[in-house]
Design a protein around this ligand. Sequence first.
Ligand code: 2AM
Length: 478
Amino acid sequence: ATAQIGVTGLAVMGSNLARNFARHGHTVALHNRTYAKTEALVAEHGHEGDFFPAESAEDFVAALQKPRRIVIMVKAGDATDAVIDEFAALLDEGDVLIDGGNAHFADTRRREKALRDKGIHFVGTGISGGEEGALHGPSIMPGGSEESYKSLGPLLESIAAKAPDGTPCCTHIGPDGAGHFVKMVHNGIEYADMQLIAEAYDLLRHVAGYEPQRIAETFRTWNTGRLDSYLIEITAEVLAHTDAATGRPFVDVVADGAEQKGTGRWTVQTALDLGIPVSGIAEAVFARSVSGHADLRGAARELPGPAREPLAPAEAGEFASLVEEALYASKVVSYAQGWNMITAASAEYGWDIDLGAVAAIWRGGCIIRAAFLDRIRAAFAADPQLPTLLADKGFAAEVGKAQDAWRSVVATAVGRGVPTPGFSAALAYYDALRAERLPAALTQGQRDFFGAHTYRRTDREGSFHTLWGGDRSEERTG
Ligand code: 2AM
C-alpha cells in the first residue's frame, strides 16, 4: 500500500482534486465506476505526480495506506449512498471516508451516524471554488470527527487555497454535518451577494443611465475599495464582454431567467426550520424564481409603473456612489444573517463552530472570497459571542455612515420602478433590529383576539388573555 489518499468519481471535480493532491506530492489512488475515465486521467495528466489507477474497488482500497482516506466525488444523492455502501464493506475501523459532493447536511448526519456505528469516520466536506478551485486550491470545509481531521487535515490543508496571509483555507468545522452545513450557508450568501450586485447593475443601468462598459468600469473602481471581491471582479468581466455574434453587450443577449441548483433553496428552507431570518438570501432565491416565471411576467407586462427616465448625466456619478454604499450596507446585512444561521445550527446540533474560522477559510478559494471576510474574522476574534455582525463596532460605524445613501437609493428605486428586493429587505431588517417598538405587539393582539393565543405584557411577568368576545377584561393564563 503506497497511496496517501484515494479519489473515487473522476468527473471534472474529482479529477481536478486528484491532480491537486498529486501536484502537492501525495501518491493518489484513482478509481471510477467506468475505468476508461481513470485511464484517460492518467494518460493526460499522469506526468503531474504519482497516481495509482485501480480498476476494481478492491485494488483501490488495497493501494491505500492506513488509516485509509477515500474522497468520494460523485453526484450528490443516490450515487453517494451507493458508493458509500460499496466502500464501507471494504474498509476497516479507523478508516476515513470523505464525501466531497454538495450533500445536504441532514444526509451527511445520517450517513455519519451509520458509519460511526461501524467504526468508520465519515467526513462530509464542503468544497468551494468550482472546477478551477479544485485544481488550484479550493476552500475546504470538512465536518466529521476530531480524530478524522488529525489524519486528513494536513492533506486537505496542503491542497487548499491560501488566504492572503498565507494560512490554508481549510479548517475542521465541527462534527458530522457541520462542514456541509457551512458550505450550504456559503452558497446562500453567494446567492445574496450575486443578487445585490445584480440590483446595483440594474440601478446603474436604468437610473444612472450607464452603458454596460461604463458599469464595468464602475465595478472595477469599486473593486479597489471595501467591496474588493472575486464576484465584483468577474461582474466587471461579464459586463465588459461583447457578444461576437451580434456585436452587442453580452449581458443584453443573455436570456434573463436565472437558474439554480438548489443550495440557496436549502439554505432558506433550513433557516425557516431554525427560526432565523435570512431575508437577504431568501429574496435572492425568490428573485431568481421570479425571473424564471415567464408566464407571470408575460401576464403582468402591461401593468402601469413610472417611466424609466435616467437621471441627468450630472447627477449620475453622485447616484453611483450612493449605490456603492447601499450595496455595501446590504452586503453586511446578508453576511450577518448567514452567520446568525451558523450560530443557531451550531447550538442546535452541538457543533461548537468557530465563527471567525469560517470567515478565515472563505478568504481564498471560494466564490465569495473577498477582503471583507478578513474583517468578519477580526470581528469574531475581538468578540466570539458577537450576536450580530451589525453590532461589531467597525461594521456598525460603516453601515451607520451608509444608511442615508442606502435609504436614498431604495427610495429612488421605488420611485422609478426598479425592483431592489435585496437592498430593500436588508434595509427593512436593519430598521426592524433598530426599532424600539415593533408592530409585532399588534400581531400578538390579533392572535389573542381570534385564537386566544395569549400575549405577554411589557409591565408584568406572565401570559395573558383578553376576553375579546365578552367584557374585554384581562385574565392571567400562566
Ligand atoms: P461514471 O464515469 O462511471 O459515470 C459524476 O457523475 C461521477 O460520478 C462520474 O465519475 C460517475 O462515474 C460517478 N457516478 C455516478 N453515479 C455513480 C454510481 N451510482 N456509482 C458510482 N459512481 C457513480
